[in-house]
Design a protein around this ligand. Structure first.
Ligand code: NAI
Length: 428
């Protein structure tokens, strides 16, 4: 007997709801399962709430704005999912027990888009009441006087920046030598130094050993034990795929050792029951490829195209990312260090915000652009930027890289004067 839907999606975050919207527009009948609010981590407790924090002048204003912005956007997603071709089922799906999923399995494609959850570190005291993850921090009613952040990755740096601006005393403890491991180390260092100037304390190359009575004990790079007292402790040491309760074993899906669902280049699950081969896809954080909302969205669109037998030319290797600290940082393509490690021939071109008229006028002179290109100002390979509106500048370079443009072509593109984007053509 035929199944009544053409596509089953599990999870209505950016990956799932965009895939549902796109598939429905192409005429597919979609059923989508969601066990919590639609919009996923990004809309409810991630990108959107944190960006309302970044653009608010106080903690109380941020809380108030979050309470209006998030439901407004959620209503927008509910609107998208009210398309007559889409059926939203508000429950958690399980391959073992959900009748509709069991019935459709093997008959129609399934997209797993269940996202990720915070990864806590296994140290004594991690379950103390004042230890929170990013969701817990966003749910606080009052601004903590002293905030200790474990991890100087994207989440740690964004919250350090914003809570310091709101007036909390912020201390960051990080395992590695530099913050933001994916960012060019030169740019990451400048950003950290700037944040230090604004009053944030960084303890680099330090490993947390224990949390007890509101005190975080860590070992510094000399092997000595130090401690920081805090009212709230944020653990921002990475995220892990959300697969609990899906009963993936029913479909014979084996997870990778790091908990991700292994997929091929078209996001087809690569380790599953033989008779289901090619019919189950995993997109977004759950496959661990690129833990970014926009990556999940594009992966979903690509999967729907594959299902429909349509070609596309999405360059997943050209994936821009931004860190919404103050100042902002953003990047696309490999860092200078990664290019060196890979033994690629390249040139590095730099410019600074302080030489830019608009940056001076905006009083935003702290910033730097680093472009790596093939030799002789050839094709652009990457851009790593810190400074005001870094994400917008990186977005422009993303278009050049995607189209295979050279630095000469970028220089010969007319840029509006006065704009920050002129920093790009100012590289030496
Ligand atoms: P992350 O992987 O970016 O950073 C985690 C940091 O914690 C690393 O620097 C690591 O060295 C450090 N760490 C791990 N264990 C530690 C320990 N025991 N003691 C001290 N430091 C320790 O993870 P994060 O920041 O939690 O973010 C999770 C994911 O969410 C990332 O993939 C990120 O890309 C994504 N995200 C993206 C955003 C954006 O694009 N703007 C915003 C927020 C999250």
């Amino acid at each position: 007997m035929n199944f009544i839907y053409d596509l089953i999606i599990i999870g209505a975050g950016p990956g799932g709801y965009r895939a549902a919207e796109y598939a429905a527009k192409q005429g597919l009948k979609v059923v989508i399962f969601e066990g919590a609010e639609v919009g996923g981590t990004c809309l409810n407790v991630g990108c959107i709430p944190t960006k309302t924090y970044v653009h608010s002048s106080s903690f109380d204003e941020a809380r108030e704005r979050m309470a209006t912005v998030v439901p407004q956007l959620r209503a927008g997603v509910e609107g998208i999912l009210s398309n007559p071709n889409i059926t939203l089922i508000r429950e958690k799906a399980s391959f073992a027990t959900t009748p509709l999923l069991k019935e459709g399995l093997g008959k129609v494609p399934v997209i797993i888009a269940t996202g990720s959850v915070s990864k806590l570190i296994p140290v004594p005291g991690i379950d103390s009441p004042n230890v929170v993850d990013s969701t817990g921090l966003l749910n606080l009613d009052t601004l903590p006087k002293r905030l200790c952040i474990i991890g100087a990755g994207v989440i740690g740096m964004e919250f350090a920046s914003v809570f310091n601006r709101f007036g909390a005393e912020v201390t960051v403890i990080e395992f590695l030598k530099e913050c933001l491991p994916a960012l060019d180390s030169d740019i990451a260092k400048r950003l950290r130094k700037q944040m230090e100037k604004e009053g944030i304390t960084f303890n680099m190359q330090c490993g947390v050993k224990q949390i007890a009575d509101g005190e975080v004990f860590f070992e510094n790079k000399k092997g000595q034990t130090e401690s920081v007292k805090a009212d709230v402790i944020l653990v921002a040491t990475g995220r892990k795929p959300r697969t609990e309760g899906l009963n993936l074993e029913t479909a014979g899906i084996t997870l990778a050792p790091n908990g991700t669902i292994p997929v091929d280049e078209d996001f087809k699950v690569s380790t599953l029951r033989g008779d289901l081969e090619g019919s189950i896809y995993a997109i977004g954080d759950v496959n661990g490829k690129q833990m970014l909302a926009h990556a999940a969205e594009m992966q979903g669109i690509h999967v729907v195209n594959r299902i429909l037998g349509k070609q596309d030319d999405i360059h997943f290797e050209v994936m821009p990312a931004a860190i919404f600290t103050n100042p902002e940082a953003a990047c696309v393509g490999p860092s200078e260090d990664q290019l060196k490690e890979a033994g690629v021939s390249f040139e590095c071109h730099k410019s600074f915000y302080r030489a830019n008229g608009k940056a001076l006028a905006m009083n935003e002179t702290e910033g730097m652009v680093k472009l790596c290109t093939e030799p002789d100002e050839g094709r652009i390979l990457s851009a790593h930027i810190f400074g005001a509106h870094a994400a917008d500048l990186v977005q422009e370079v993303t278009a050049y890289i995607t189209l295979g443009a050279t630095l000469r072509q970028l220089r010969e593109t007319v840029h509006i004067h006065p704009t920050l984007s002129e920093v790009l053509i100012g590289v030496n």
